[in-house]
Design a protein around this ligand. Structure first.
Ligand code: ATP
Length: 252
């Protein structure tokens, strides 16, 4: 008996996005399986953030479809808030609420979107803070935390609603180099814990260390997609080779 193929967590089909006349995504096809970590790389402006925003329904697409599990989330009848509640998102700037302490930041969505009573939400929230090593900061306000700690709290917040999919957009690019490591370690732990992740990054060493699959985007198209060993050691496409060579010699 042949094993049936499981439904992917995410299926992006022929997605086109334009800003005015300018096409930014030109027909993107991408499937992400459960527990897979897919890393998007590509030059600034290649469309990585826009792709993540279309998946989270922050940008409307002009053509194509996006499925989360079995559901076509780009169907205009779909309730966007209900879809977003199934997806955890972390952006470059951690966007914690400055007037709320760490625990309230982490538990807000669980309480307000899912109506989980505060004691239960806080039990889960403290468990997450324990997991990211910041339980002692639960009652602090975000401005008392380092950038790396704030970004870890933002990740805990994204996990608090037990999302089916995590979208991470340049989550280390606002951090000092010495703080990048702690955020990278946390993402590796999430991967080990079985999270399904799509992330955009400029950190090639990070992509190499966490990705199951690396996707190289150029001018709104996927040029090449494959395991990190393929992309970084033996890219199949000349454009991928050129992109990586330019990164190695930024001032050449
Ligand atoms: N709201 C917007 N209105 C108009 N153009 C936009 C908008 N958002 C993005 N763009 C354009 O879309 C293109 C892709 O941008 P996007 O942010 O997706 O690229 P990126 O690959 O994530 O870049 P970076 O690595 O610098 O974050 C760029 O040319 C950008 O200027």
């Amino acid at each position: 008996m042949s094993a049936e193929r499981a439904t992917p967590v995410l299926r992006v089909e022929g997605v086109v996005k334009r800003f005015g006349e300018h096409p930014v995504l030109r027909g993107i096809d991408l499937e992400v399986e459960a527990h897979e970590v897919v890393v998007l790389i590509g030059a600034s402006g290649s469309g990585k953030s826009t792709l993540l925003k279309t998946i989270n329904l922050l940008e409307q697409i002009d053509d194509g479809r996006i499925f989360l599990g079995d559901e076509d989330i780009t169907d205009p009848r779909v309730n966007a808030d209900r879809v977003r509640a199934r997806i955890g998102v972390v952006f470059q700037h951690y966007n914690l609420f400055p007037h709320m302490n760490v625990l309230d930041n982490v538990t807000l969505a669980a309480r307000q979107v899912f109506g989980i009573p505060r004691p239960e939400a806080e039990r889960v929230g403290l468990g997450l803070l324990e997991r990211i090593g910041l339980v002692e900061k639960a009652k602090e306000f975000p401005d008392r935390l380092s950038g790396g700690q704030q970004q870890r709290v933002a990740i805990a917040r994204a996990l608090a609603t037990d999302p089916e999919l995590l979208l991470l957009d340049e989550i280390t690019s606002a951090l000092d180099p010495q703080l990048v490591g702690e955020v990278l370690d946390l993402v590796r732990e999430l991967k080990a814990g079985g999270s399904t992740i799509v992330m955009a990054t400029h950190e090639m060493s990070f992509a190499r260390r966490v990705a199951d699959r690396v996707v190289y985007l150029k001018d709104g198209r996927i040029i090449e997609s494959g395991p990190p060993e393929q992309i970084f050691e033996s890219p199949q496409r000349e454009e991928t080779r050129e992109f990586l060579a330019r990164l190695r010699e930024p001032f050449a």
